[in-house]
Design a protein around this ligand. Structure first.
Ligand code: DX5
Ligand code: ZN
Length: 229
């Protein structure tokens, strides 16, 4: 399977998180926001790294024929390495692994060997320094702005500083790395995150828990673009 290209590095990307969608009609929900979707954010929770269980490769495989967007699979798992091949086979275009689980260097090379893009994720309490050494080797750095495991939480403002530092290092080093923010993104926090340097914005509740998810995604794009101008 040929992986889908993530698009121009550094450009603004909106990534609806399907965690907030209705899983009973998942394909329809994904298609409803397609026109305002750049990456589709797929939250995988193993009930161990985080206290919740969501979905895995079979759901990704089922969803794959319904979307041509870059599937950005966020692996909230204690042992992501064990499942990388299953994700690649199911149609994941990119996987992000939490730096907190360790073995990051090997996970990056294993994901690449399977033909996927790869990102590293840091939890709100994890210092930026834990991820910085990997910046030159990854396609995207993802900063968590909520504690992983649940949608619908409030954005933790303290992580803005991490975004600024990462953006500085990416630009200064001329690195081919996108900067993604995940958690509590809405019309108020999207501009803040974009101004601090994030270029991939994940939003779950602020898109799917609204009466018009497509319009909600468009509005987030709009305010973020204005903040970058
Ligand atoms: C949290 C997930 C997020 C979450 C975002 O563990 O990684 O992707 O779905 O949801 P909102 O936008 O509702 O915070
Ligand atoms: Zn996520």
């Amino acid at each position: 399977m040929t992986a889908i290209d993530p698009g121009p590095i550094g450009s603004l990307r909106i990534a609806p998180s399907i965690l907030a969608a209705d899983f009973g009609v998942l394909a329809a929900q994904v298609q409803a926001v397609d026109a305002q979707t750049d990456w589709l954010h797929v939250d995988v929770m193993d009930g161990h790294f985080v206290p919740n269980i969501s979905l895995g490769p079979p759901v990704i495989k089922s969803l794959r024929p319904y979307s041509e967007r870059f599937f950005d699979c966020h692996l909230m798992m204690s042992d992501p390495g064990r499942y990388l091949e299953a994700f690649a086979k199911s149609g994941a275009d990119g996987v992000s692994v939490h730096v907190e689980v360790g073995g990051t260097k090997n996970l990056i090379s294993d994901a690449r060997a399977l033909g996927m893009r790869v990102g590293v994720v840091v939890n709100p309490e994890t210092p930026y320094e834990a991820a910085a050494p990997f910046l030159a080797d990854i396609d995207y750095l993802m900063i968590m702005s909520v504690h992983p495991g649940f949608g619908g939480q409030s954005f933790i403002d303290d992580v803005l500083e991490k975004l600024r530092r990462a953006r500085h290092d990416i630009d200064e080093g001329g690195l081919a790395c996108d900067l993604e923010i995940d958690g509590g993104i809405d019309l108020h926090t999207a501009p803040e995150a974009a101004a601090a340097g994030a270029n991939v914005l994940v939003a779950g509740s602020a898109i799917f828990a609204t009466p018009d998810p497509l319009a909600a995604a468009a509005a987030i794009r709009d305010v973020a673009l204005r903040a970058r101008a």
